[in-house]
Ligand binder design. Sequence first.
Ligand code: GRF
Length: 211
Amino acid sequence: MSSERQFRLGVLGSGKGSNFVAIADACASGAVPAEVALVLSDVPDAGILTQARARNLPAQFIPPGQFRTKLDDETERLYVRALQEARVDLLVLAGFMRVLKGEFLRAFEGPIVNIHPSLLPSFPGLEAWKQALDHGVKVTGCTVHFVDAGVDSGPIIGQRPVPILDDDTPATLHERIQRAEHELYPACVAAIARGEITVQGRRVLWRKPSA
Ligand code: GRF
């Protein structure tokens, strides 16, 4: 048996967890050289928790506290403690609907990544696929980026374009973007787990061709 320690992922999500499923299944198949150490959610009946438990992965609801769009200070400490106790190397945000404050980023210390449903820096914030449709752009997509103290503003790791079709509705476009997300996110997490990524200021460099 190999004594080499596996790279450990913590995952935060509030929703159905389709990106989590793509990453967890890629870990299980060996495509991503990592294991899911802990899944946390601020929503008690979130699909992401159900999906994690169905795979026998540790999953926990931690009540978010008094605010709607962020965690309060005490709650942030609970999240960070749980992730540290699980010895998480990389925190993966997969549809977590709250902003992590500077205190969280400082306390967690390790890298944090997020996936956003647009080609950043276009259309940060909520319902980015709808913003793209309303704006009339012809191409949108998804972006995996490191998390910094801003909203959807950290260094970009990988992007996938998705064309916008004349008959797209918000629902059809969102579905195609999600399919692209399910390829892009595991590829980016795998590159980080393999140590193939370096950050130089805002530029993220890949040792192999980027996703
Ligand atoms: C994804 O579309 C992602 O871009 C956004 O939140 C959504 C999460 O979906 N950040 P799921 O829970 O992974 O299905």
